[in-house]
Design a protein around this ligand. Structure first.
Ligand SMILES: NC(=O)c1ccc[n+]([C@@H]2O[C@H](COP(=O)([O-])OP(=O)(O)OC[C@H]3O[C@@H](n4cnc5c(N)ncnc54)[C@H](O)[C@@H]3O)[C@@H](O)[C@H]2O)c1
Length: 366
């Protein structure tokens, strides 16, 4: 996000230090460098080999393996936390203790009780804390929300969300983020709540274990919100991992008493189809990946103006999504949970993914 030159010259940039330069860390770093609100002073990763990536993306940033260099620098106003969930609670607390704002990845922590503590801390601190609930910042979410608000689909009744990709497989990393319905599924739990504009009331879940892995890797749940809207959410990183040509299935539909609005994407283009009482319209635009440019813009604006934009995701939103995703995983355990596929297939999947250079949710690819 680039500003007009005149404004840019008068502006002080926010100095940030980021920790964790894996797949997501690199995405955040690229967008911070591209946004005029930010000055990336430090990049930290425990892996010294990440210095090369850091130099490539942010040539002026200091690369370090010592996080304290960042926390102890009074010039640093904000910390970006993009390593894994187990490392986040301590660092969020430390950032706030040293008077820094926080942008972090989700989930806030590995354990729900830690997440609760961080929500309370973010509420009592005068520092701005946000988390990458990326679907909230997507152009298609805004488009769908506005169509609902216009009244074109009538009274919202049903929310249906499905996201299945041949992505992260069991044992590949993200162990602190939980099974796929928590790691990835919490985004869909969050966005269903955002569309419903209400809190979860009831929920029932069915899951399946795959390739003899201990945790379920596909889960479907349904239930109600406090305001009477019903939902179903399906999420799985189980979608043709060993298929010759890989694809995915990702859609959202909001069905009202008069019409509906739906969205699907292929990770390159997203298509929103509106079927309202008076309007039929199709909007097709680039997908927008994780919308981190938008997150960087909103957070930069919040720090520079001292006013938190309404649509900047809160820690509490991440906590609620995480809590509900865990709850559905717990519920699924109380029913029959079969297992399909073999450990040998999982090994084939790991081998294939380790050698793929292009695909779904690949970890640590250059
Ligand atoms: N918002 C989203 O859509 C989304 C998508 C994918 C992942 N994520 C989240 O982003 C986080 C990172 O995921 P990823 O896919 O980039 O993982 P990754 O494994 O690719 O990267 C993690 C990085 O953190 C570094 N690291 C680990 N421990 C560290 C420590 N103690 N100090 C400094 N660096 C450390 C590792 O060396 C690695 O470079 C996860 O919590 C994940 O849940 C979010």
């Amino acid at each position: 996000m680039r500003l007009k030159t005149a404004y840019k010259e008068q502006m002080t940039r926010v100095k940030i230090g980021i920790i964790g330069l894996g797949r997501m860390g690199r995405k955040h770093l690229r967008e911070l460098v591209a946004c005029d609100f930010w000055d990336v002073k430090y990049v930290c990763d425990i892996d010294p080999d990440k210095a090369e990536y850091s130099k490539e993306i942010a040539p002026n940033a200091i690369f370090t393996v010592d996080e304290d260099e960042i926390f102890l620098d009074p010039e640093v106003e904000c910390i970006g936390l993009y390593a894994l969930a187990d490392s986040r609670p301590g660092r969020i607390k430390k950032a706030i203790k040293y008077g820094k704002h926080v942008i972090c990845e989700k989930p806030l922590a590995y354990k729900l009780e830690d997440e609760r503590e961080l929500v309370d801390l973010s509420k009592t601190s005068n520092k701005i804390c946000t988390v990458n609930l990326y679907l909230r910042n997507a152009w298609y979410t805004k488009e769908i929300k506005e169509f609902i608000k216009s009244g074109e689909i009538g009274d919202v009744a049903i929310i249906r969300i499905c996201h299945m990709t041949p992505g992260l497989s069991p044992g590949e990393g993200h162990e602190y983020e939980g099974p796929s319905f928590h790691d990835c599924g919490m985004h869909y739990v969050d966005i269903a709540r955002y569309y419903a504009d209400s809190e979860y009331k009831t929920g029932h879940a069915q899951a399946i274990r795959m390739w003899d892995y201990k945790d379920p890797w596909w889960l479907q749940c349904h239930g109600t919100f406090e305001n009477g809207i019903v939902y179903d959410i399906t999420q799985g990183f189980v979608y043709g991992q060993l298929a010759k040509d890989q694809t995915h299935n990702s859609y959202t539909e909001i069905i009202g008493s008069k019409g509906f609005v739906r969205m699907h994407h292929d990770f390159k283009t997203a298509v929103v189809e509106k079927h309202g009482e008076h309007i039929t319209e199709v909007v097709e635009k680039p997908y927008g990946d994780k919308n981190i440019d938008r997150l960087c813009y909103l957070m930069g604006e919040a720090i520079l103006t001292g006013e938190r934009p309404k649509n900047l995701p809160k820690f509490e939103d991440a906590y609620i999504a995480s809590e509900y995703a865990w709850k559905m995983l717990e519920d699924a355990k109380t029913h029959d949970m079969p297992s399909k596929g073999t450990h040998e297939e999982l090994e084939q999947i790991h081998f294939r993914r380790a050698h793929m250079t292009n695909g779904y949710g690949l970890l640590n690819q250059k």
